[in-house]
Design a protein around this ligand. Structure first.
Ligand SMILES: [Zn+2]
Length: 435
């Protein structure tokens, strides 16, 4: 029988702890690029309370701090402040010691200006732990939105997709799931949600019918969806018509111009980049349709540019043609009104002293895809937040939004590569300085 004393102890443990004192951050005297598209403006003061922006000059009200509040004031002496970077395509939890490695990558990324990421398939057990540690303040790192990976049985036969759920058979975990025409999708999507994933990623070996059923069911259960731009044999147009939220990897858009899309997803490295131009009429129609339906393009230009440096084991002979094609397609899609986001796929630098590759993706949007620096900044902030379903709380520097900021020594509108000249990152109102 349970003793009354034990019950009392238990109740005391449940009693709320004393309320924590509020934390304020005050930044003064900087040039603000707020991410809305407005030009940079001289700003005297920004105040955040518990990580939320409550004052920008004459907007909002100067808070009166509680007696025990902590108030940190930092004079920026003319530095540039923009929203923190959002990388819409990372894989931080795909290593044997997933949680430890992921935290290291994320910590460095935070110092390197990244304040939110979307993980597009990793071990959800590790990602859920990071989400827990981040939301209770135990770990100061980028906000992590993560995914469950769905694909046909073929994709689980080898490669990284077969290793995302150590201790389980490939394709048989709620966050990495082999799907066939017979799968109970209502159950599969519900189980994916149960891992804390807020996005379903369609990867490969999926036909148009099954792709559509996955996207419909995920949407019905309130999840976001992303897909490789071709999932073999379903192509970009099929995925857009099915209601996908984001298409990843601009080179795979090329299959929209092909008369027939192969069923073998390994064909993704052999796209018809030499024979189908990015302004093929079927592609122009696709960009138009993506813009109308609000489908984001997670172009991931950097990984194609850099794959030949990745590993001698990886065949990168095809990536030159894929990159050149993808840069042009991204330019055309953007001109048609498609919202492009900055995803890297290869996020973490090899050398710990280097910055996350997100900066390279921004630079490529300007240098290879014809974006203005302002447009690239918006891709990396406002549009990334929208793609992750977080436009209400993140992506711009405005009243009521979370204080996720990048503070720079030089003007990124003059030279986009100035996003690398970091004085500090602010994550939910907490300053993080480069090492
Ligand atoms: Zn990826």
């Amino acid at each position: 029988m349970r003793s009354p004393l034990l019950c009392l102890v238990f109740l005391l443990l449940l009693a709320p702890a004393a309320t924590r004192a509020a934390e304020y951050l005050e930044l003064t005297d900087f040039q603000l690029i707020d991410g809305t598209g407005a030009p940079a403006r001289s700003t005297h003061r920004l105040v955040a309370r518990d990580g939320v922006i409550v004052l920008i000059d004459d907007q909002g009200e100067m808070p009166t701090p509680e007696p025990d509040a902590r108030w940190l004031r930092i004079g920026l002496n003319g530095a540039w402040v923009m929203p923190g970077l959002i990388d819409t395509h990372v894989h931080v939890a795909r290593f044997p010691d997933a949680s430890t490695q992921a935290k290291m990558i994320l910590q460095r990324a935070a110092r390197g200006g990244v304040t939110s990421v979307r993980d597009l398939a990793g071990d959800a057990r590790a990602l859920a732990d990071i989400e827990r540690a981040t939301s209770n303040g135990e770990f100061i790192g980028p906000r992590v939105v993560y995914s469950a990976l769905f694909g046909g049985p073929d994709i689980f036969r080898s490669g990284p997709t077969s290793e995302m759920a150590a201790g389980r058979p490939a394709g048989a975990a709620p966050w990495t799931r082999a799907i066939t025409a017979n799968t109970d999708l209502r159950q599969a999507v519900a189980e994916a949600r149960g891992t804390g994933a807020t996005n379903i990623k369609l990867y490969g070996d999926l036909d148009p019918r099954v792709s559509k059923r996955i996207i419909r069911e995920a949407t019905r259960q309130g999840l976001l969806t992303t897909a490789h731009a071709t999932v073999f044999p379903a192509g970009p147009g099929d995925l857009v018509e099915a209601g996908v939220g984001t298409l990843s990897h601009a080179p795979y858009l090329v299959w929209e111009g092909a008369d027939r899309i192969p069923a073998d997803y390994r064909m993704r490295t052999q796209g018809p980049w030499e024979s189908i131009p990015p302004d093929h009429p079927r592609l122009l129609a696709l960009y138009q349709r993506m813009a109308e339906r609000g489908v984001f393009l997670d172009a991931t230009l950097y990984v194609y540019k850099a794959m030949r440096n990745y590993s001698p084991q990886v065949d990168a002979s095809w990536t030159g043609a894929a990159f050149a094609w993808a840069a042009k397609a991204t330019r055309l899609a953007h001109a048609a009104g498609v919202r492009v986001t900055t995803g890297t796929d290869w996020f973490e630098p090899r050398d710990d002293a280097d910055l996350p590759h997100t900066h390279e993706e921004l630079a490529l949007l300007v240098e290879a895809a014809g974006f203005t620096p302002m447009q690239a900044i918006q891709a990396a902030t406002r549009d990334g937040a929208a793609a992750l379903g977080m436009e209400q709380s993140r992506g711009t520097v405005e009243l009521g939004k979370i204080a996720d900021l990048l503070v720079l020594e030089a003007d990124p509108l003059k030279d986009i590569r100035n996003t690398t000249r970091i004085r500090m990152t602010v994550i939910r109102g907490k300053p993080v300085t480069p090492e």
